[in-house]
Design a protein around this ligand. Structure first.
Ligand code: HEC
Length: 200
């Protein structure tokens, strides 16, 4: 083997050892278990998001409902963990984020690219994505559930946004990336993080 390749491989291994994190392919059985937990936790979040939004838009119009889309990871985690009896960590993530708190990390980016690469494939869009991550000696899994745009989401994320909504969004999120969507577009994902020990 070429000396350069050998050196490169040794260096990569050393780097992995130092940084202490890598992602591996989960087994079929791990995937199924992660999916069951992830589906449950993300469904809790989705129904929470939709009922909050619909109620708030009906009550105070889209400009008044802007706060309703604010779901912080801590509240979500608490709710999903209590209801599913498993201590999961929940977050939303997307490449086109409105709140920088939702910006993707390197594993999120990998998952988002996976969904994005399937956006143009007719009649097929994956329902989920699972990652197995070894980080500082601990193994955990991430479940990603893709989010698509509904008609009602476009009031605040679409191409034509009412003036009062636009002004409020600009004020709260000056670097907003989350507009210009159309119905059916891939928006991002709900991420559910599960430690290996809870995968029974
Ligand atoms: C009333 C306005 C409004 C509507 C309607 C709305 N959103 Fe949002 N959305 C927001 C705001 C404001 C944020 C930023 C929340 C924050 O600060 O965490 C946001 C954030 C998000 C995020 C988190 C990622 C990011 O960009 O920061 C996702 C995902 C999202 N919205 C999806 C949806 C989906 C799907 C729908 C339709 C079911 C929807 N939104 C409808 C206002 C809205």
């Amino acid at each position: 083997m070429n000396v350069k390749i050998v050196l490169f491989n040794i260096l990569s291994l050393l780097l992995l050892g130092v940084v202490g994190c890598e992602s591996k392919e989960p087994t079929t059985s791990e995937k199924a278990k992660v999916r069951a937990i992830g589906d449950q936790a993300s469904d809790i979040l989705l129904s929470e998001l939709k009922s909050r939004l619909i109620g708030a838009v009906q009550q105070s119009g889209p400009a008044g409902a802007i706060d309703a889309c604010k779901l912080d990871a801590m509240t979500l985690t608490k709710k999903a963990s209590t209801l599913s009896n498993i201590p999961v960590k929940v977050k939303r993530t997307t490449n086109k984020y409105r709140n920088p708190i939702n910006a993707p990390d390197k594993w999120d980016k990998e998952a988002l690219s996976f969904f994005e690469s399937k956006e143009d494939v007719r009649d097929y869009f994956p329902e989920f994505y699972v990652q197995k991550i070894d980080q500082n000696g601990e193994t955990h899994f991430r479940y990603y559930k893709p989010l698509k745009m509904y008609q009602m989401c476009l009031k605040c994320h679409g191409n034509t946004i009412k003036e009062d909504v636009r002004v409020k969004l600009k004020e709260l999120y000056p670097n907003d990336l989350a507009t210009g969507y159309s119905k059916g577009d891939f928006r991002g994902a709900i991420r559910v993080d599960i430690a290996k020990e809870y995968l029974q």
